[in-house]
Design a protein around this ligand. Structure first.
Ligand SMILES: Nc1ncnc2c1ncn2[C@@H]1O[C@H](COP(=O)(O)OP(=O)(O)OP(=O)(O)O)[C@@H](O)[C@H]1O
Length: 351
């Protein structure tokens, strides 16, 4: 029997948080998604441990109500830090960004502006690196428009058998996790700052990534909280900036590069996407958005231009159809453009 949102909320109202107030009343149930007999939500808490019994109780009660699958993700905020110890001679504690265990490198794929093809580039790059024999992970941190599940043809709910570690999904040799797998496709998620940070931190540290040569992070466009949090929490080995050739996209790309520079993240290079339009019927080439803008910007900023990817119907159909062009038409000229970037990243020692 299908469950309704109301059924689920009524059930959760019977479960008390450690404060004695029920989970719903306490405002702990966030991003609730009820899909037939599958229930998912985020529990926004400061520290997960005291809430484990309530979580287990909620899982059992929802299962008894008829939920076939229950996924409760806890967003753990950082623990309150003790006051600084100002005594002289005290050894400094390690602080700042850390390496993820088992993950050799983390590369962020970023853009200043939305819709320039950042996720398409990230998906193709991940598949191209996997095709070169690299162990590749993809963390889709584009919280406002997660598209990696669609692009990498992945669906289903990530499971967490022990309630602690989340098992990522896998396709085309890419191990992936996306915030989009925790939320409903057609439901707009309103992320509050701390909740967003918690979810990102959880995807970094509570997902069982396994041993990876490279973890690619698909960032949301712009220069916001997710970029900052990522750079603070994880040791980023570099960022790739995707831009279209128009001035407006380049202006935003420049802001993105400036932000990474301020955070001390090396810029691996820029990629001009939708560089030139190649007609899929006659092969005629046209510079719809201008051409060469990213090349001259990269020269000005002293960063490498990694590729100029054409605007081609096949790239869109492949990405939107769940099998990036690198996988669906690996020998096409369009796929070659991505494969060349992957090879040069490997050569540069970046992946
Ligand atoms: N080179 C290309 N040729 C044809 N279509 C492309 C190309 N690059 C991207 N697209 C298409 O453009 C659309 C937007 O791409 P994508 O979702 O990758 O952009 P984005 O920069 O990640 O956007 P956002 O960050 O706003 O989600 C998609 O439909 C994608 O298939």
């Amino acid at each position: 029997m299908s469950l309704t949102r109301e059924d689920v909320l009524a059930c959760l109202k019977e479960i008390k948080a450690p404060s004695g107030v029920d989970l719903v009343e306490a405002g702990l149930v966030r991003a609730l998604n009820v899909d037939d007999t599958s229930v998912r939500f985020v529990m926004e808490v400061d520290s997960p441990e005291p809430f484990m019994p309530a979580k287990a109780e909620a899982e059992a009660a929802l299962a008894a109500l008829g939920a076939a699958s229950v996924s409760i993700v806890m967003t753990a905020h950082s623990k309150p830090t003790p006051p600084p110890d100002l005594k002289a001679g005290r050894k400094a504690e390690p602080a700042g960004p850390e390496k993820l265990p088992g993950v050799d490198r983390i590369i962020a794929v970023a853009s200043g502006k939305g819709g320039v093809g950042k996720s398409t580039v990230a998906a193709n790059l991940a598949c191209a690196l996997a095709a070169e024999g690299w162990r590749v992970g993809m963390l889709d941190a584009d919280v406002y428009g997660p598209s990696q599940p669609r692009m990498l043809g992945v669906s289903g709910r990530p499971q967490s058998p022990d309630g602690k570690l989340i098992l990522p999904l896998r396709n085309y040799g890419v191990t992936m996790m996306s915030i989009g797998l925790m939320t409903n496709d057609d439901q707009a998620v309103v992320w509050r700052g701390p909740m967003l940070m918690g979810a990102l931190q959880q995807m970094l540290t509570q997902v069982q990534w396994g041993a990876l040569d490279v973890l690619i992070v698909d960032l949301p466009p712009g220069t916001g909280d997710v970029q900052m949090t990522l750079a603070q929490k994880a040791q980023l080995d570099g960022a790739i900036i995707v831009s279209t050739p128009q001035d407006v996209a380049l202006l935003d790309a420049r802001k993105g590069i400036d932000m990474f520079n301020q955070m001390g993240t090396p810029i691996i290079g820029m990629i001009e996407n939708m560089s030139t339009h190649i007609c899929s019927q006659c092969g005629h080439e046209e510079h719809v958005f201008g051409h060469g803008g990213v090349k001259s910007e990269a020269e000005k900023l002293g960063v490498p231009l990694l590729a100029e990817i054409p605007l081609h119907l096949d790239i869109r159909m492949a990405a939107d159809g769940g099998a990036p062009i690198v996988v669906s038409k690996p020998d096409s000229a369009q796929a070659q453009a991505f494969r060349t970037v992957a090879k040069s990243l490997i050569k540069m020692g970046k992946a």
